[in-house]
Design a binder for this molecule. Structure first.
Ligand code: HEC
Ligand code: HEC
Length: 265
């Protein structure tokens, strides 16, 4: 068989295999780019052109000259890094102690609240500082705290944070053990995208910017989780807590809140 005859259109085998390959290609394109994307019934995939664009991974129209989407709520402006507020001086702690005299009415003399306000004793300095910044900027709103934070300077907030972080934490009544902790705290709910609370809030690990929850009044923890879930509280960076709280059931919220409240005595 000569070369010429092999690659000639009159060769039946060549013709059949070229046509078959073309048919498989066209079928593949139709299934992959048109049929499969168009049976995905999300709002995003409507119409043939939309389906083709989304299968190819390109936007339907480019956002070249459009303004970036502005958030409809005020978000936190604080940039949290583990080094933020590292190495507080004694002077700073002392100034913080003096400033804290206006806070004792609600947060307790030594940062332990008798009412249902959050405890601040031993709270991470980054957390105290960030919340005060957020109350001042309006990223977090509260009828009582927003006016309290309005007149604090950046240095005041650093000093208050250093002072509260230096106070002893409430004593633990029990360690974090598998027997006592609810599943949501220890394992989260992976199918609903909820990581274990203990991976950020202590127990397994503490991530910068995550508060110390042990000993917080249950009513407060529960109210904050509900506020994150409804979006009423929206100062968490990258929606870390909103995404979690939205997917929690009311029972899980109650279980986590009472677990953390009962950890201390
Ligand atoms: C009249 C009572 C009251 C006073 C006085 C007060 N606070 Fe608060 N504080 C609260 C309440 C209530 C909350 C919880 C707000 C909420 O539910 O969002 C809070 C929340 C906070 C938080 C956030 C804690 C957390 O775990 O998220 C910080 C930090 C804080 N206060 C610091 C201060 C400082 C510093 C002062 C003094 C300059 C002060 N507060 C004075 C009632 C008070
Ligand atoms: C990915 C890390 C991460 C995980 C996992 C996580 N949190 Fe948080 N949580 C945060 C951060 C960060 C904040 C602080 C938000 C802010 O900046 O105000 C926070 C704040 C909170 C607060 C508010 C506390 C206060 O004093 O204001 C509560 C309550 C809370 N988390 C409960 C939970 C519970 C319950 C779980 C498990 C179901 C959980 N979190 C899992 C990162 C996490």
């Amino acid at each position: 068989m000569s070369e010429e005859r092999l690659f000639s259109w009159s060769n039946r085998w060549l013709k059949t295999s070229v046509i078959a390959t073309a048919a498989v290609f066209v079928f593949g394109v139709a299934v992959g780019f048109v049929w499969l994307p168009s049976v995905q019934r999300d709002a995003q995939f409507q119409g043939l052109w939309n389906a083709i664009c989304s299968a190819a991974g390109v936007p339907q129209h480019w956002l070249a000259n459009e303004a970036p989407v502005a958030p409809h709520v005020r978000l936190s402006k604080v940039e949290v890094t583990p080094q933020l507020l590292a190495g507080a001086t004694r002077l700073s702690i002392g100034r913080g102690a003096t400033l804290s005299l206006r806070c004792t009415m609600c947060h307790g003399e030594r940062g332990m609240s008798g009412a249902n306000s959050p405890n601040l004793a031993g709270q991470y300095a980054i957390m105290v500082y960030k919340q005060l910044q957020d109350f001042q900027s309006g990223a977090r709103a509260n009828a009582v705290m927003s006016p309290m934070a309005a007149n604090l300077s950046d240095q005041d907030m650093r000093d208050l944070a250093a002072y509260y972080a230096s106070l002893p934490r409430p004593r633990l009544a029990q360690g974090l053990d598998a027997a006592g902790a609810p599943g949501i705290v220890l394992h989260g709910a992976p199918l609903r995208n909820i990581p274990a609370c203990a991976t950020c809030h202590g127990g397994i690990d503490n991530k910068a910017g995550s508060p110390w929850l042990d000993g917080l009044p249950a009513a407060y923890t529960q109210a904050q989780l509900q506020a994150f879930a409804s979006g009423e509280r929206h100062n968490d960076i990258s929606e870390q807590m909103r995404n979690i709280a939205r997917n929690m059931t009311p029972d899980e919220i109650a279980a986590a809140a009472s677990y953390y409240a009962n950890l201390t005595r």
